[in-house]
Design a protein around this ligand. Structure first.
Ligand SMILES: Cc1cc2nc3c(=O)[nH]c(=O)nc-3n(C[C@H](O)[C@H](O)[C@H](O)COP(=O)(O)O)c2cc1C
Length: 200
């Protein structure tokens, strides 16, 4: 007999207009989640939601050619293209390109801890700029015909666990889902997820 949880997990999951028939989400991994990798993931989890690695909206604005990491096979669904930047206008423009390439969801990276990204105002530094983050979501939502989602972290550091307020702001701005990497920016990719300072 199925438990209540099993029955619930067997139901489709709705992200805005997109219906997901699997609870498997293959997280975006720079240098890993290319077309070949995604094909392998789908072999074992056919209906899983996959992501491209993050793509720079500024890079896209100035590039003549589409970066290879943004290429999507015609039969790839459901797939999210992940974008990062601090400029709402470039991100909105990049979202239109992502949809034209076949994205069913546009995901905005607000969690990358790497200095190269945060010093330019992208990734997890947006946790410290919630107004800019909300403006980004509002502008991308206004130009995107598909659901817009956000991936972020618990907060900047153990002393700055801001996810509850941040998530509400993103939801109010129009984000249809939020994925949380359960570490702080200060933790990078190591250490126990969950953080001892999380009280909510
Ligand atoms: C090599 C590597 C590349 C990653 N690239 C991205 C990325 O492009 N976008 C993103 O949102 N997260 C990225 N992440 C974070 C992962 O998607 C995931 O949220 C994180 O690793 C937490 O899961 P774990 O505790 O199982 O490692 C990356 C992580 C690793 C290790």
């Amino acid at each position: 007999m199925r438990s209540e949880l099993q029955t619930k997990l067997a139901q489709p999951l709705q992200i805005g207009t997109v219906t997901l028939h699997s609870r498997v989400f293959q997280s975006p991994l720079a240098g890993v989640t290319d077309r070949v990798f995604r094909r392998l993931v789908r072999r074992y989890a056919p209906h899983s939601l996959t992501y491209t690695e993050m793509v720079s909206a500024s890079g896209l604005h100035y590039a003549r050619e589409l970066p290879r990491v943004m290429e999507v096979d015609p039969d790839e669904a459901p797939i999210a293209i992940q974008l990062f930047d601090c400029r709402p206008d470039f991100l909105a423009e990049a979202a239109e390109r992502a949809v034209a390439e076949g994205a069913q969801i546009v995901d905005i990276n607000m969690g990358c801890p790497v200095n190269k990204i945060t010093k330019n105002g992208g990734g997890s530094s947006l946790l410290r700029q919630p107004e800019v983050a909300a403006q980004i979501v509002r502008q991308v939502v206004a130009r995107s015909p598909v659901p817009v989602t956000v991936k972020t972290r618990l907060g900047w550091s153990e002393q700055e666990i801001t996810i509850l307020d941040f998530a509400r702001r993103m939801e109010d701005a129009g984000a249809q889902a939020i994925t949380i990497h359960g570490r702080t920016r200060a933790q990078g990719f190591n250490g126990r997820p969950g953080g001892t300072g999380f009280a909510g």
